[in-house]
Design a protein around this ligand. Structure first.
Ligand SMILES: *Cc1c(COP(=O)(O)O)cnc(C)c1O
Length: 410
């Protein structure tokens, strides 16, 4: 079930104060989510959530994560700049993929842990300077994976990570030059609401880490469970019980890590969607109606503010503010203004009767929402508003203007 914790009064009041469209984010909800995650893994040695910046790269949101004791997972120069300016030095996980060497240098300068994606990245690191004390290695198990019930997919088609033997090679290369400790990382699911995903992944990574330690002599120091934990986009989707997931990972950890072990094996995660996804809504007015072979509602937002439906056909729940409980006895396509027929937020969606001037609330836009926005067709990206714990609103990113659109032209 999508998140309905914010009453419609709040959406109406926000739309009173700021022109639509905008994404509204719930500070209290995000803070609660961080605390739930930290409680779920409080048993693990120095558990850290490195929030995946790409999900919601706004400094005002990132500062909530800093205040709650999280780090950041970055994978580009601008994301590193967000971390640097947000005071995250020493609390950054840097996930490389086809990475320009100078971005490695920037990440090292910030005291980041580098998550190596490839054997050649180890060589790049050594060309840049001394070997880091501690390194992370990204695993790609290959094949068509079905390990247990929750981990499925086609890792052999994935561009990320290394096979086991290349991880060992990278580790030997680095430890010969001074690297002492290593962690292992894998991201083998996306938006998984299967409670078994993290525990099964933890088992794979714990076994792998212990194995690589035996083989190379470097000390296995952490497991990075990465992201991929899902949220309920549809009304009948299950929610992840993070407390239960934490307990299940704990059981796996106890089974795999000998109690006699001296060196602690830390645990970390890089969740994006699970942390902020349910705590964002795209708020948009209906500005147009059209009845041809289908009934269309045209809204003032378009795919430039939220691309997931256009790009993946992703479902985002929509409700009409003030008509939450009204009978959904009409069928609409909800569309933006792009000259692209996939610029729709919903296809044949049952909704109450809706007309021009109604306020629509598109759910679960707090992760991979505005962040994926673009300017195709000269449509500009919208604003972001924070609904603060004290009940006030704060504009945390203004909408783009034509000046922004023209700013890069020479
Ligand atoms: C995108 C990404 C994440 C976060 O994924 P979610 O599905 O949003 O949890 C974490 N780690 C890495 C390396 C990523 O690329």
């Amino acid at each position: 079930m999508p998140n309905f914790s914010i009453p419609d009064d709040v959406f109406f009041e926000a739309a009173n104060q700021f022109p639509t469209p905008f994404h509204l984010y719930d500070e209290a909800g995000i803070r609660r989510r961080v605390r739930d995650v930290k409680n779920a893994f409080a048993w693990a040695p120095s558990f850290t959530e490195y929030f995946a910046v790409k999900a919601l790269p706004n400094p005002h949101i990132l500062s909530l994560f800093r205040e709650e004791g999280c780090g950041l997972d970055c994978s580009s120069e601008c994301e590193l700049l967000l971390a640097e300016r947000g005071g995250f030095e020493g609390r950054v996980m840097f996930s490389a993929n086809a990475m320009p060497p100078r971005e490695f240098a920037h990440a090292i300068h910030l005291g980041s842990v580098i998550n190596l994606d490839d054997l050649s990245d180890a060589e790049t690191l050594l060309r840049l300077g001394p070997a880091p004390e501690e390194i992370c290695l990204r695993y790609n198990p290959g094949g068509s994976l079905r390990q247990g019930s929750a981990i499925m997919g086609q890792p052999e088609e994935s561009k990320y990570g290394m096979p086991r033997d290349q991880m060992a090679q990278a580790l030997r290369l680095l430890s010969a030059r001074g690297t002492k400790r290593f962690g292992v990382h894998a991201l083998l699911a996306s938006n998984s609401t299967d409670a078994a995903y993290y525990p099964e992944l933890a088992r794979i990574l714990l076994k792998l880490g212990l194995d690589l330690e035996k083989e190379t002599g470097a000390v296995f120091s952490f497991v990075n469970l990465s992201g991929g934990v899902g949220i309920p986009y549809r009304e009948d989707d299950p929610s992840c019980d993070i407390a239960q997931i934490g307990e299940d990972v704990r059981r796996v950890y106890r089974e795999e890590i000998p109690s006699s072990r001296k060196e602690p094996v830390r645990l970390c995660a890089e969740m994006g969607r699970f942390m902020t996804g349910p705590f964002g809504w795209l708020v948009t007015h209906v500005i147009h109606e059209k009845k041809i072979y289908r009934d269309y509602l045209g809204v003032d937002a378009c795919a430039s503010c939220l691309m997931r439906p256009a790009m993946y056909g992703a479902y985002h729940h929509i409700h009409c503010a003030g008509k939450r409980d009204a009978k959904r006895d009409h069928i609409y396509d909800v569309t933006g203004a792009l000259c692209e027929n996939n610029d729709k937020f919903a296809w044949e969606r049952p909704l109450p009767e809706i007309g021009i001037g109604d306020l629509l609330v598109i759910h679960d836009t707090g992760a991979h929402g505005l962040a994926m926005g673009y300017q195709y067709n000269g449509r500009l990206r919208c604003a972001e508003v924070l609904y603060r714990e004290d009940g006030s609103f704060r504009l945390i990113r203004r909408a783009e203007t034509p000046d922004d659109y023209f700013a890069t032209l020479v």
